[in-house]
Each structure stands twice: as C-alpha cells, then as structure tokens.
Design a protein around this ligand. Sequence first.
Ligand SMILES: [Zn+2]
Length: 262
Amino acid sequence: MGVTSKIRRFLLQRSVRKSRIPLTLWHSTTAQMPMMQRYANQEKMHLRLLAGHILAQKNIVPVNGFYLCDAMRVTIATQAAILVFRLEHPEQSDSLRWLRNWRQIVVYPTAFHNGRQTTFNIKGVMESWGGFESGETHYQGGIIINWQDDQPHPLRQHANQVLMHEMAHKLDMLDGDTNGHPPLHSNMNQQVWFDVFSEAFEQLNTQLEHGIKTTINPYAATNPAEFFAVTTEYFFEAPRVLQRAFPAVYQQLSLFYRQDFL
Ligand SMILES: [Zn+2]
C-alpha cells in the first residue's frame, strides 16, 4: 500500500469512527441484511459512513403509532446507502447530491391506504386510484414506505425493495420529469438508455397482452417510471432474474448505479 493510500485509509477510518452509527449496532444490524454480504470490508466502511450521513441529514418518521428502534433506522439508512453507494462520495458528508430533492422518510407499520378515491372519467378510464400501497413518493415531499415490506428478508427471485423503489422515483425526478429517465453519467448514452428501456417496456406490455406470465413484476408495465423503479428493485435484490429477462436493462442500470453483482 502506497503512502497516499495509507493516508486515505487513515482518514477514512477516522471519519468512520466519527460517524453516527456505533460499531456494535452497525454490525448487528447489517448482519441481518443479505444485500450487505456482497461488499468487501473496505466497501462496508464506506457504506457505514454514507448511512451515517443519511441518518444525520434525513428525517425518518414513524406514523400510525409505530415505533422505530435504532436498528430499524440503521437498516433504512443502509438500504438507502447501498442504492447510492457509487453515486455519492462517502467522505464528503455534506454533499449527498443524488438525495438532494427530499428530506423525509415516513414509515408506516404495514401497507397503508393512500387516502384517495378511485375515480373514472367519462370514457371509463381510471383517473385516480384509491387503495392500499406499499410505498409512495411525491414530486414535492418525501418518501413513504411500510416496515413490513421494507424489513430485511432473504433475497428473493420476486424482488421487493420498497425503499429502493421509492428512491428510484426520486432519482428519476432529479431532471424534472418522472419518466424513467434519471440524469445519466457522462459515460452513458441517452439514446441507448431510451431505446433499451422503451424496448423492454414494450416487450413486457406485449407479454401481458398475450397472457404470458412475466419474469418480473407486471407492475413494471404500468408506465416507464414504474418500469425503472421496479427494475431497480430487481437490480439490487434479484440481479440474475433481471439479467435473464432484460440483459440490456441490467447493463444500463449497472452503468447508472455503478455497481455490478454478476
Ligand atoms: Zn412506484
């Protein structure tokens, strides 16, 4: 290890020590999170630091009489940290550039009613839907999730990562539109992203129209924004399933999140 690397490592260890997540709490909490097992020790130090910044800068608010213990808060912050692990610089505590457009995560104990009524227009097309939701994101405002769906669970073929889903919507919104197109990095190609996602979205919709059982959650066929959010869940929880179903989508998400699990 060169002198520069040693200094960097020393500085990183020092800032990790100062981070808000005590080591025993960090170890006991992340040991329950299968997604954490992919990362090497140095990467885990970065994630701990990033999760500490997220805890310091975002409000995690339980509602409906729910109580969040420290381990639950650390779990939520760590899930957020995993999503933006390669987007944010863990040693720059005040940046969190990719998470700049929201401040609050509201946590319900279980799925919650969205408070709306289901209405149809004169042509019979649904205008608004009322019912129980796993999570929700507003353009202006925070993220809403429920703990029952968000708590750590074994990685499943049928991905279910409600916080990552809602955060993907927030990343998508960073360029002003909620259209499944987040701001891309300079080494990525806008047209390729558009072509790859449009084609996969069409393919999924065609499968549904023909009554074919889809490999990924059919909710992704709702619109391009949901397609991006749902495929983000698969990217982190069931990368092989996504790679099998839509390899080019996996590749684009790998470029976007700057992570590769295969
Ligand atoms: Zn969604």
